[in-house]
Design a protein around this ligand. Structure first.
Ligand SMILES: Cc1cc2nc3c(=O)[nH]c(=O)nc-3n(C[C@H](O)[C@H](O)[C@H](O)COP(=O)(O)OP(=O)(O)OC[C@H]3O[C@@H](n4cnc5c(N)ncnc54)[C@H](O)[C@@H]3O)c2cc1C
Length: 365
């Protein structure tokens, strides 16, 4: 049987595309995780699990609201920005939805129509193009399988194997290794902490409270002793008053940071890429969920128009996403330039006050 579309990767981008196409097209979704159950030892996506306002808007456009059992407390309305090099600190209002990332992905998969064939516990290996389409080989529970389709979609994230085969020599976005470590939370931290310090990284580090745990994370240069830099970050945070006790676990993942739109690859011919596989992710904040949703929407529109011209139509539909990456690149320059960040933070523009010290003084908290 020939599918219309094979999607590799059931993360936010792949699951959304499968949901959008599932009723009108024959779709096969290949995903390496076990989507029926979450077991302790299985691979779990390393993620902060914060749904930012752009992603919230796209969920609304997709006709979705996040179910309660996917949420993790506390819900956060502020970013505490710390510039450790200049000893500056500000709070900014921002509304995040704090979710359990594994449950979030499984909820998105649960919305995929039953017509879609989901091959989970399956690892994509390679593809071969032939006259009418693409033949894909993958391994399910160790057993080799083949499938064919008119179009192959790589939605397999930052280290996309589909992308590596499609354009092995093409320069992609800059790669970071993101490390996250989990600690028991010992005090209220009702904010998303975002930490700038060029001794650690030219990107940023973060703290996120989640269901009684505190996540400490950082996006690090893989070639500049990332583990040592992460240890240095923890020491700096402890100096700033963070109570990091015993480590309860650590994970890591590659993260893309597109500095130019030329590093984004939407695909060609019968092979296209969406989500982080294409390079769609914010270079200023590493927010990737909205880009996964938006690129899936853009591609589903292109396929509806004409599946045989999907790659060209999808590229055309992505104009606003390209512009968005350009704008985030400018924002990134202002945020990560030592001088401009210092000036912005010193001026206090757009920041909000905190009455926390007063509440502590008066014993309310
Ligand atoms: C540490 C960290 C924290 C982050 N925090 C946030 C955040 O708080 N908010 C936010 O918006 N973004 C965040 N991001 C970015 C965000 O996680 C990604 O941009 C987003 O998940 C991209 O979605 P996607 O569907 O394109 O790819 P992914 O979510 O990576 O999904 C890819 C899927 O493909 C599957 N897959 C991969 N290879 C294969 C294969 N060979 N065969 C079969 N299946 C395969 C994977 O199992 C996975 O399910 C963070 C990223 C990192 C690394």
């Amino acid at each position: 049987m020939m599918y219309d579309v094979i999607i590799v990767g059931g993360g936010p981008a792949g699951a959304t595309l499968a949901r959008l196409l599932g009723r009108s097209r024959k779709v096969l979704l290949i995903e390496r995780r076990d989507m029926q159950r979450i077991s302790r030892n299985d691979f779990k996506k390393c993620c902060g699990g914060l749904v930012a306002p752009d992603a919230q808007r796209l969920l609304a456009e997709l006709g979705l609201g996040i179910p309660g059992d996917v949420l993790d407390g506390p819900q956060l309305f502020a970013v505490r920005t710390m510039d450790l090099g200049h000893d500056l600190e500000r709070y900014y209002q921002r509304h995040y939805i704090n979710v359990n990332r594994e449950k979030f992905d499984r909820w998105l998969i649960s919305l995929v129509p039953s017509e879609v064939v989901i091959e989970d516990r399956s690892i994509f290996k390679e593809y071969v193009e032939f006259g009418k389409g693409v033949q894909v080989s993958y391994a399910k529970d160790g057993e080799e399988r083949l499938a064919t389709a008119r179009l192959l979609v790589g939605a397999d994230g930052a280290s996309s194997r589909v992308r590596r085969q499609l354009a092995p020599d093409r320069k992609g976005p800059k790669k970071y290794i993101a490390i996250q470590e989990y600690f028991r939370q010992t005090e209220d931290q009702p904010y998303y902490g975002s930490i700038f310090n060029k001794d650690i990284t030219d990107f940023y580090s973060w703290t996120i409270p989640k269901e009684g745990f505190l996540i400490v994370g950082s996006a690090l240069d893989p070639d500049r002793e990332p583990t040592a830099k992460f240890e240095q970050l923890k020491r700096k945070l402890q100096k700033e008053g963070f109570d990091l006790g015993k480590s309860l676990g650590r994970n890591s993942a590659y993260l893309n940071r597109p500095f130019e739109t030329g590093q984004i690859l939407t695909g060609k011919g019968k092979v296209v890429l969406i989500g982080e596989a294409a390079g769609w992710i914010s270079p200023s904040s590493a927010e990737g969920l909205s880009y996964g949703f938006k690129s899936a929407l853009n591609l589903s529109g292109a396929i509806d128009e004409n599946i045989d011209r999907a790659a060209a139509n999808y590229k055309r539909n992505s104009k606003s996403l390209y512009l968005n990456i350009k704008w985030k690149g400018i924002k990134s320059f202002l945020m990560y330039n030592d001088y401009t960040r210092k000036m912005i933070m010193k001026s206090g523009i757009l920041s909000m006050g905190s009455i926390k010290e007063k509440l502590v003084e008066t014993g309310i908290i």
